[in-house]
Design a protein around this ligand. Structure first.
Ligand code: GDP
Ligand code: K
Ligand code: MG
Length: 298
């Protein structure tokens, strides 16, 4: 009896904003790696989640969502998503079970048809609809393109996720173990910290501070054996947004810092002292140079 060869592959997670890509990654990987938010376009950089078993390793690229660009940041996001596609062995296309196929889905399907990568259709959020509606969705999407496989799942409850993982593992090609088994993401701590802080800003300020916010980690220093000193700058486009983030007598910025610190400590297993600053930089999203210095490099 011969031993099974180890399998591995790169999987691009694509789908319009809010279909549940980050939720699915978190469900599979079991850690808060991709950032979740009910707002669109929270995940702007390519994040790799890594799922390893005795059989093989799946490396996920969480894409920022392929959609029609509106500004330099939009262009950047589409480019990132398309390059994730080219580098992948397989695509998981996520769609919303509880919504009709829309122009956003069609735009992505058109792009996917142009590449030779096999595509699994993942109908997510089936906890929100009944069986007949699931069948309707399958029929509608199947008429648009030839999917290698179709999986109705709920990233939230986990329904259908083990089946999806098992099937994918079965159909991956033999390949090396690219990352150690205990590695969940190949992104530096800096990126995770900035995303967690940004998530808290969006969470706490709701509609008042839109996506025109970036977080830069200026400094990470070991203070003593137990503690890291982290300095972060929150960059906004208008003075009014700066005021909102600072809040009455600094109450908002304090709350953002407290919540972010807890999440970062939980994730990195290190105690941190987090210092946050707020800076106004007009229209940074339209300045290629600003985009670069805030980490949105190609
Ligand atoms: P992304 O933009 O594709 O990464 O989407 P997110 O993972 O950030 O999810 C967007 C929203 O949909 C969040 O409020 C999630 O809680 C919600 N969501 C994700 N998956 C499911 C699901 O299976 N069922 C339900 N009911 N909600 C979900
Ligand atoms: K989101
Ligand atoms: Mg996301």
């Amino acid at each position: 009896m011969s031993e099974q060869e180890f399998k591995s592959g790169f999987i691009a997670l694509v789908g319009r904003p809010n279909v549940g890509k980050s939720t699915l990654l978190n469900k599979m990987i079991g850690e808060k790696i991709a950032i979740m938010s009910p707002k669109a376009q929270t995940t702007r950089n390519k994040i790799q989640g890594i799922y390893t078993t005795n059989e093989g390793q799946m490396i996920f690229m969480d894409t920022p969502g392929i959609h029609k660009p509106h500004n330099s940041l939009g262009d950047f996001m589409v480019k990132t998503a398309m390059s994730a596609l080219r580098e992948s062995d397989m695509v998981w296309l996520l769609v919303n079970a509880d919504q009709e196929r829309g122009v956003g889905d069609d735009f992505i399907i058109k792009r996917l048809k142009e590449s030779n990568t096999p595509v699994y259709l993942i109908i997510n959020k089936v906890d929100l609809i009944n069986r007949a509606e699931v069948l309707n969705q399958i029929a509608d999407y199947s008429a648009q393109m030839d999917f290698a496989e179709i999986f109705p799942i709920s990233a939230l409850t986990g329904e259908g996720v083990p089946e999806l993982l098992a099937f994918t593992m079965d159909h991956m090609a033999a390949g090396p173990q690219y990352y150690p088994a205990d590695q969940l993401t190949d992104h530096p701590e800096r990126f995770i910290m900035s995303e967690l802080i940004r998530e808290k800003v969006l969470e706490l300020t709701r509609q008042e501070v839109p996506h025109s916010v970036a977080v830069v980690i200026d400094k990470i220093e070991r203070e003593d054996e137990q503690r890291l000193h982290v300095q972060a700058t929150i960059v906004v486009e208008r003075p009014s947004q700066k005021n909102i983030i600072i809040g009455k007598r600094g109450a908002m910025i304090k709350e953002i810092g407290t919540r972010a610190r807890k999440d970062i400590e939980r994730l990195l297993g290190d105690k941190i002292f987090l210092e946050t600053w707020v800076k106004v930089e007009d229209r940074w999203r339209d300045k290629p140079q600003a985009l670069q210095s805030y980490g949105y490099k190609e």
